[in-house]
Ligand binder design. Structure first.
Ligand code: NDP
Length: 449
């Protein structure tokens, strides 16, 4: 096991996020390998940690001043054992091979947990949509798709959104794909409702993350009613996490972006959330503007010299990290527990650093890792693909019901898989084992390919 990790590190020494994601999975699937020697014989670990294909390309585009800019585009086609590659596109200046490989690797197991037939992939660019005009974003998306289109397709690889890629970007990407291929197919998910999108897709990740939290609390005979919750981020996942928490009777007191966070002791209600949605999705403003409208709240600017994030240092019962990877370090984890937090449900991918994860597990928190808790987004993407193939549209209630059932089943799979290997209640082990077994069994069935 350590040999495999060492080989991976030696091969790509700078890919820290990828090493982190692989290490966590390798540690928890050890007992599965001990019980099933055929997995070792077939070198499943070596195979599952190496992408089937990595595509990297130049994305030239022109800004509004007529200057030519060049960004880098990527698509990681990680594993197609149980279905076509499926996973989002991220546009953010931090994007590199390490981050996309970690996301693609996580995606493989997450998609397997949904029970839908989807392999895992991820892609994106170091392009930053922040501060760009609509025309600049459109030109970038068109150039990006001019290369990506030859590698994707409704039965090959179906990208979706992620950080920096929302409905606007999906629209521009889809328009260019359609023009190049002369085909109207479900090659991207997260499409707008009137041209192939699914109801509940924008809500799915946030809603699913709260449904998962509610399942964890149910097992303890508890619910979200009356719980104070910390939420980070203020994008797609954060917004619908807040909406569902309010609906279930909880109180959300924080939201953030990369510049800082707001703390609203009275709680962010429906009206305040509607303001945030307009601010972020239409005006594309900063979360600091929240206090101009709601002066009872306090805004704290992000300070990278601090050893901890003050957002995680408020009295609360539950936390829903919904911004980005490694946003909770060991100190934040201690602060959360000292402030009374008993449940963490991850909307973001890998938001907790390894020392934070260890701390949560040691302190027996109800801790749901992203690959289980945020799988609702890709699950409803799978439902969007199904509706596209059938040329049908399900109602809001129908999709939401399926989403709830899928989250319930993922929760059950995690509990059962952790119990089978004597780690009952360890959702990290449960999610990794549940996803891993399904994927590697399919790989074994398909021979050495
Ligand atoms: P959005 O782009 O809609 O929102 C991201 C939010 O996180 C913004 O508020 C952004 O602030 C903040 N953020 C991003 N990067 C950083 C950073 N480095 N430091 C501090 N804050 C940051 O993305 P999503 O809501 O779609 O995604 C959020 C997380 O959820 C990601 O980890 C993503 O991989 C994960 N996820 C998303 C799914 C989806 O369906 N969209 C599905 C499953 C997981 P700012 O605007 O200032 O950058």
């Amino acid at each position: 096991m350590t040999d495999i990790l060492q080989t991976i590190k030696a091969r790509d020494p700078e890919q820290n996020e990828f090493h982190q994601a692989v290490q966590e999975v390798l540690e928890t699937v050890q007992p599965v390998l001990d019980r099933n020697p055929e997995y070792r014989q077939a070198a499943v670990l070596e195979r599952v940690t190496e992408p089937e294909r990595v595509i990297m390309f130049r994305v030239p585009w022109m800004d509004d001043q007529g200057q030519v800019k060049v960004n880098r585009g990527f698509r990681i086609q990680m594993n197609s054992a149980i279905g076509p590659y499926k996973g989002g596109l991220r546009f953010h200046p931090s994007v590199n091979l390490s981050i996309l490989k970690f996301l693609a690797f996580e995606q493989v197991f997450k998609n397997a947990l949904t029970t839908l037939s989807m392999g895992g992939g991820k892609g994106g660019s170091d392009f930053d949509p922040k501060g760009k005009s609509d025309n600049e974003v459109m030109r970038f998306c068109q150039s990006f798709m001019t290369e990506l289109f030859r590698h994707i397709g409704p039965d090959t690889d179906i990208p979706a959104g992620d950080i920096g890629v929302g409905a606007r970007e999906i629209g521009y990407l889809f328009g260019m794909y359609k023009r190049l291929k002369n085909e109207f197919t479900g090659v991207l998910t997260g499409k707008s409702l009137n041209w192939g999108g699914s109801l509940i897709r924008p809500e799915a990740t946030g809603y699913g993350c709260v449904y998962f939290a509610s399942e964890m609390l149910n097992v303890q005979g508890d619910s979200l009613e009356g719980k104070t919750c910390l939420v980070s981020g203020s994008g797609n996942v954060a917004q619908y996490t807040v909406e569902k928490i309010i609906e279930m009777g909880g109180k959300v007191v924080t939201l953030s972006d990369s510049s800082g966070y707001v703390y609203d002791e009275e709680g962010i209600d429906q009206e305040k959330l509607a303001f945030v949605m307009r601010l972020k999705n239409i005006r594309r403003g900063r979360i600091s503007e929240y206090i101009d409208k709601y002066s009872e709240a306090v805004y704290t600017e992000a300070d990278s010299t601090l050893e901890y994030n003050p957002l995680w240092n408020h009295k609360a019962d539950c936390a829903f990290p919904s911004a980005t990877q490694n946003e909770i370090n060991g100190k934040d984890a201690r602060n959360l527990v000292n402030n009374g937090v008993k449940l963490i449900s991850e909307g973001a991918n890998m938001p907790s650093a390894p020392e934070a994860v260890d701390f949560f597990l040691d302190h027996k928190l109800l801790y749901a890792p992203g690959k289980a808790a945020n799988a609702g987004g890709v699950a409803v993407s799978g439902l969007e693909m199904a509706q596209n193939s059938m040329r049908l549209k399900w109602t809001r209630e129908e999709v939401d019901e399926r989403l709830q059932l899928i989250m319930k089943n993922i929760h059950k799979t995690c509990l059962e898989a952790s119990a089978e290997y004597d780690m009952e209640g360890n959702y990290v082990a449960g999610a990794n084992i549940g996803g891993f077994v399904k994927v590697v069994n399919a790989m074994l069935d398909q021979g050495l390919v």
